[in-house]
Design a protein around this ligand. Structure first.
Ligand code: BG6
Length: 516
């Protein structure tokens, strides 16, 4: 009953997947559904086992009921065939564990050896820590002490963000992990790198003669990356109030997307070569040296009460588990420069925020204007060409060009040609977590962040954060449901640009040709 919708089914080598935090939200919403999809698509053969680990006591039967509910609610495949389901669920076991208790790890080892024998798994073990980052170090250490890393096959550690709070804490965490795991055994998740369209950036750039020759400061005027969310902080106020938008989204997802857009073509399409190129981009980021420079290039904001679609929304300071006097930013926009030969002088405008009007992730590449002193330019106000990559929730690309209005003598109109990938394959687009778990089990770390990437990104972000820390209350507010502080518009206006409207807010004068 394996289904092969979007990718050839490359099977993972037999392995045991340990999900630490198996009763938590991430496991329920993302990890179990991802494992089920991999099984449905034939990417997991029968030689795999999953051991859910959490503190809470849970019988095997209760655990499988949780699993059933999670898949029914969150998986893109529904459970249709009872025999198939029973076969799948038979691969799952549960171990209640106090993660500080070494004896518990010894029991876990016994359970592991028995499932390895049952499913003929050759000792390959993948440890997915869906846990608070403070626990990564001690769990790794206890895995070693409890003899979990002494089997013959490979051992891999998969961890979620945030990887530290700043460069110093990230260093400390990395040192702890590296006492147990080698760098090539550590898979740091940035789920944006698992998104279909983020991975497609490489293909759009390096497989099209249209784009790569123009991909530089001679032809590109600016690049805009928007990652907007309609939600507030939901039930994560405690974590978020400590982190803020810069650490939650900037240090990871936004800088990772920027590196994919800006990197040089790697010499080979292999993990280390690609990650080498990404690190070079991060090293080329112009660092803002003083508080004034940060202020001139970065805007921070916090949402106040507002409304969206007729619904009243509370301000950030009124959210659950948020300090009522909090100065944490829920929005930031920055003008960033990549100071290398390719990008010298091209501004990258990046912005992200909670409680904005639309949920979208988009990259807009704005090309330089045609000369206005010749021919068409003298008679018309031409719009710049755009290449827009839609990452989330709509997936696709469009290009905007100028064309003659049909039938008119000389009228020129902007024409947008769109390939809407999500309209074509709809819900069958694999989830980021499916790809990433599959990649980690294959030993492919291309779409995971290497330590030097993480460290360089922190160094960049820390300078901004420490300038902000000088004047914590110097934060702008914006009404929930708006596009953030207007100062973010000024960042572009100073350079003669503006934010292009995102998904669903297309301009009236553009003719759309859609496929999908
Ligand atoms: C997470 C952030 O990494 O990404 C969240 O911690 C954010 O604050 C989420 O909501 C957004 O992810 P996506 O895939 O829904 O755009």
């Amino acid at each position: 009953m394996a289904e092969n919708i979007t990718q050839e089914a490359v099977q993972t080598p037999g392995a045991v997947f340990f999900i630490f935090g198996a009763t938590g939200d991430l496991a329920r919403r993302k990890l179990f559904p991802a494992i089920y999809s991999l099984y449905r698509e034939g990417k997991l053969a029968e030689d795999f086992a999953v051991i859910g680990v959490a503190r809470r006591p849970r019988s095997e039967e209760e655990f499988r009921e949780d699993l059933y509910r999670s898949i029914n609610e969150f998986c893109r495949y529904k459970i249709e065939d009872t025999d198939h389901w029973n076969r799948f669920a038979g691969h799952f076991s549960y171990k209640s564990l106090d993660i500080n208790d070494i004896d518990g790890y010894c029991e876990l080892r016994e359970l592991t050896e028995s499932v390895e024998a049952r499913f003929s798994i050759p000792g390959n073990r993948l440890f997915y820590l869906a846990l608070a980052p403070e626990l990564f170090g001690s769990v790794s250490f206890n895995l070693q002490k409890g003899g979990m890393l002494s089997s013959e096959g490979w051992h891999r550690l998969v961890i979620e963000k945030p990887f530290g709070y700043d460069l110093q804490s990230a260093h400390k965490l990395n040192e702890e992990l590296s006492q147990v795991f080698k760098e090539e055994e550590i898979y740091r998740i940035d789920h944006y790198l698992g998104k279909e369209m983020v991975q497609n950036i490489e293909v759009i750039r390096f497989a099209n003669a249209f784009f790569e020759p123009l991909w530089n400061n001679k032809h590109i005027a600016n690049i805009q990356i928007t990652l907007s969310e309609t939600v507030g902080v939901e039930e994560r106020g405690g974590y978020y109030d400590h982190a803020g938008a810069l650490r939650d989204m900037g240090q990871n997802h936004m800088l990772q997307m920027l590196t994919m857009i800006a990197m040089e073509p790697p010499s080979r399409l292999v993990a280390e070569d690609i990650r080498d190129e990404k690190v070079k981009v991060l090293r080329s980021l112009r660092s803002y040296a003083s508080e004034e420079e940060v202020q001139a290039h970065v805007v921070r904001g916090q949402y106040a009460a507002g409304e969206s679609n007729g619904k009243e929304l509370p301000g950030y300071r009124e959210e659950d588990k948020v300090d009522s006097g909090s100065n944490t930013e829920t929005y930031f926009a920055a003008k960033v420069f990549v100071d290398n030969f390719r990008w010298a002088g091209v501004p990258f405008y990046i912005r992200t925020g909670k409680r904005l009007p639309v949920k979208t992730t988009e990259v807009v590449v704005e090309f330089k204007q045609m000369p206005t002193n010749v021919y068409l330019g003298q008679k018309h106000t031409l719009e710049p060409n755009l290449l827009v990559i839609r990452v989330n929730p709509m997936e696709g690309i469009y290009i905007k060009i100028n064309a003659k209005k049909p039938g008119s003598e000389s009228k020129i109109e902007p024409l947008a040609m769109e390939f809407c990938q999500s309209c074509l394959i709809g819900i069958n687009s694999p989830e980021a977590y499916e790809r990433l778990i599959h990649d980690a089990a294959q030993g492919d770390s291309t779409y995971f962040t290497r330590w030097d990437e993480v460290a360089t990104a922190w160094a960049f972000v820390d300078r901004i954060a420490s300038a902000w820390a000088q004047k914590p209350s110097d934060i702008l507010t914006y009404p929930a449901g708006s596009w953030g502080p207007t100062a973010a518009d000024d960042l572009l206006a100073q350079d003669g640009f503006h934010w292009w409207p995102v998904n669903g807010q297309e301009e009236d004068n553009v003719i759309w040709i859609r496929q999908g």
